[in-house]
Design a protein around this ligand. Structure first.
Ligand SMILES: C[S@@+](CC[C@H](N)C(=O)[O-])C[C@H]1O[C@@H](n2cnc3c(N)ncnc32)[C@H](O)[C@@H]1O
Length: 259
């Protein structure tokens, strides 16, 4: 199966990386200078992987952080962060300056996040272990990512069908997490909501719920460097601004700002 990787600029420059990895066939991803595709399944067993020169991540999963666009010095909250693909990507875009609070309710999954942080040599990530629905009001965050727990129906790894009851309970959790995330957002801040699933209940309806409960929430129109589809929820105000796309996985993304 083809894999995709993201170079870790904090450990190595692109030129040296490509020289060191020349034994593998790597194809650049046209819309993201740090990303490469490969058929080499042994990438994860290479010395360069252990040295933290790159992270293995699906292409679709790289997109939410591009939409969030964290910059050096930002104060970012990643509400459901483990195993850390997007927290580590944020830290890389921030040149390891500023703070990424990488939160997850699962202590076990935070352990794997910790091992990636260590391998990649990142110092700007602080890990927390809260239920995101009750994440404390420590400080307002200028950027928040909610890569929500979901039924993963767009994921390559998903093999189990989900019952309607399971989707209903995930949607309830997602709505609650998004409301909490929005309340933690600084004025004029940006929150990106993403899932790797396809159901309207876990995507468009979660955004509609936020808009119905918070007058100062605004969904921003998205521009992506590849073809994507609009929302499917039947609410034209939301559908025209959110996006659904399938690269190697199917993802939903909404960008929300606080007026
Ligand atoms: C889609 S995964 C996140 C993947 C991660 N963002 C990444 O890119 O590596 C969803 C995560 O949500 C976490 N989670 C589930 N319920 C949560 C809650 N109430 N609060 C915080 N995290 C939660 C799960 O433990 C899981 O790690």
């Amino acid at each position: 199966m083809a894999v995709s990787i993201r170079i870790n600029n904090l450990r190595i420059g692109k030129k040296e990386f490509l020289e060191r990895m020349s034994r593998f066939s790597l194809t650049p991803v046209e819309w993201y200078g740090q990303a490469y595709k490969s058929d080499a399944e042994s990438l994860g067993k290479s010395l360069e992987y252990q040295l933290g020169y790159f992270y293995i991540q699906s292409l679709s999963s790289m997109v939410p952080v591009l939409v969030l666009d964290p910059k050096p010095g930002d104060m970012v909250l990643d509400m459901a962060a483990a195993p850390g693909s997007k927290s580590t990507q944020c830290a890389m875009h921030m040149e390891d300056k500023g703070v990424v609070v990488a939160n997850d309710v699962s202590y076990m999954r935070l352990k794997s996040l910790a091992s990636h942080v260590d391998r990649l040599g990142i110092t700007s990530i602080a890990m927390t272990n809260f239920d995101g629905q009750r994440f404390p009001s420590v400080a307002p965050f200028s950027k928040i990512l909610l890569d929500a727990p979901c039924s993963s129906m767009g994921s390559r790894k998903n093999i189990l069908p989900h019952s309607e009851g399971r989707i209903r309970s995930l949607a309830k959790l997602q709505k609650s997490l998004l409301l909490r995330g929005f309340d933690l957002l600084a004025p004029a801040g940006t929150l990106v909501y993403s899932t790797c699933t396809t159901t309207v209940e876990e995507n468009e309806q979660v955004i509609e719920n936020l808009l119905s409960k918070r007058d100062n929430a605004k969904v921003e129109k998205l521009q992506l460097p590849f073809a994507f589809e609009k929302g499917l929820g039947g609410n034209s105000e939301v559908d025209s601004d959110v996006c659904r796309f399938t690269l190697d996985e199917s993802f939903f993304i909404a960008k929300i700002t606080k007026k």
